[in-house]
Design a binder for this molecule. Structure first.
Ligand code: 5GP
Ligand code: MN
Length: 318
């Protein structure tokens, strides 16, 4: 059920023992939103932990308390720990991995900005017009008259900046800019944040250049794609930011990255200038936004490549 921001604030206020989680493969928005709200709840004297079922990229370790993010642990006897509230950020409950097994059936508050959120949680604050979950967190903190400390400002600004491509993507609104300006006044340091978030080891920069060299164009150049089989995926320590290199190609609408995850399982990332890629992602049980979405394909490499290209071409013909 959808609830108001005020009701979301009340749920947070009433809870004492809170676990915050976000989606697997956590990005700057998932991490920034989680840490931002964690600092606030901690300042209120509540017991609060951030538990995410994935590795956290070292790019985010400049954020204060990033090192407190834990992975879920399931007790050997299967016993679940009881908490007052599970705060699920930047996804619905489907993409939190083992955190669901560790804590459900806990009371859940879900805060998200993905248009594909299926509203399956009992209490959902969803705003697809928000550029980032961090933008909603900013609004929530203002609604709750929170004191926005430097730690909060750094974390929330990181979420805003990363989900808007540093305020360049069309999800950037006047409100996003005002929120960012306010966070700067409260201590966020944009230079430190962009430098940390964008830093890559030398080997990755070279590896990415090789991957970009293998870019293929389809559909009269309207689709640009990089396809990484197991060998090519394993040659890169991360593909973070790789797809952004394709966005700039003149004449392309959709940028596509397909990479190996495990035997006959491939992850797809899509970015677009016009086409609604969230619809394509949803047709393969994935999700995201109109202009940035992803899904998982369980099939062979060549089949996955053909399948996603066919679906995109169909979506683009309309
Ligand atoms: P990325 O390509 O960076 O992994 O994801 C782009 C956007 O789509 C992000 O907002 C991300 O949360 C969302 N997304 C990516 N993969 C999936 C998926 O498998 N399921 C859902 N629901 N959303 C996804
Ligand atoms: Mn987000």
């Amino acid at each position: 059920m959808r609830i108001s921001l005020k009701e979301a604030g009340t749920l947070l206020q009433e809870a004492q023992n809170i676990v915050i989680t976000a989606h697997v493969n956590p990005d700057g928005d998932a991490i920034g939103s989680s840490l931002g709200v964690m600092h606030y709840l901690h300042d209120l004297g509540k017991r609060v932990r951030v538990i995410i079922d994935d590795d956290i990229l070292s790019n985010f370790s400049f954020l204060n308390a990033c090192d407190i993010i834990e992975k879920p642990r399931i007790a050997e006897n299967g016993e679940k720990e009881s908490i007052d509230l599970l705060l699920v950020l930047d996804t619905n409950i489907e993409r939190v991995g083992k955190v669901a097994d560790a804590f459900l059936p806990a009371q859940i508050l879900n805060i998200d900005h993905h248009v594909t959120n299926d509203l399956s949680c009992p209490a959902v604050y969803l705003d697809p017009d928000s550029a980032a979950t961090a933008e909603i967190i900013y609004q929530l903190l203002r609604e709750m008259n929170a004191e926005i400390t430097k730690d909060i400002a750094m974390a929330v600004y990181t979420g805003l900046a990363t989900d808007t491509g540093f305020f360049r993507f069309p999800n950037t609104t006047p409100f996003t800019m005002r929120a960012a300006a306010d966070l700067l006044e409260r201590g966020a340091e944009p230079g430190i944040i962009s430098e940390a978030v964008e830093a890559k080891p030398f080997a990755r920069v070279v590896g990415m250049a090789k991957a970009v060299e293998a870019t293929e164009l389809f559909f009269d150049g309207r689709i640009a794609g990089i396809f990484l089989d197991q060998h090519s995926t394993e040659a890169l320590d991360s593909t973070e930011g790789l797809i952004d290199a394709l966005r700039v190609i003149e004449g392309t609408d959709v940028s596509l990255l397909l990479k190996w995850k495990e035997e006959n399982v491939f992850r797809v990332s899509m970015r677009s200038k016009k086409t609604n890629v969230s619809k394509v992602a949803v047709s393969f049980s994935g999700g995201g936004h109109e202009r940035a979405a992803g899904c998982t394909l369980k099939m062979s490499f060549s089949e996955a490549k053909r399948t996603i290209l066919e679906a995109l071409e169909k979506a683009m013909e309309k």
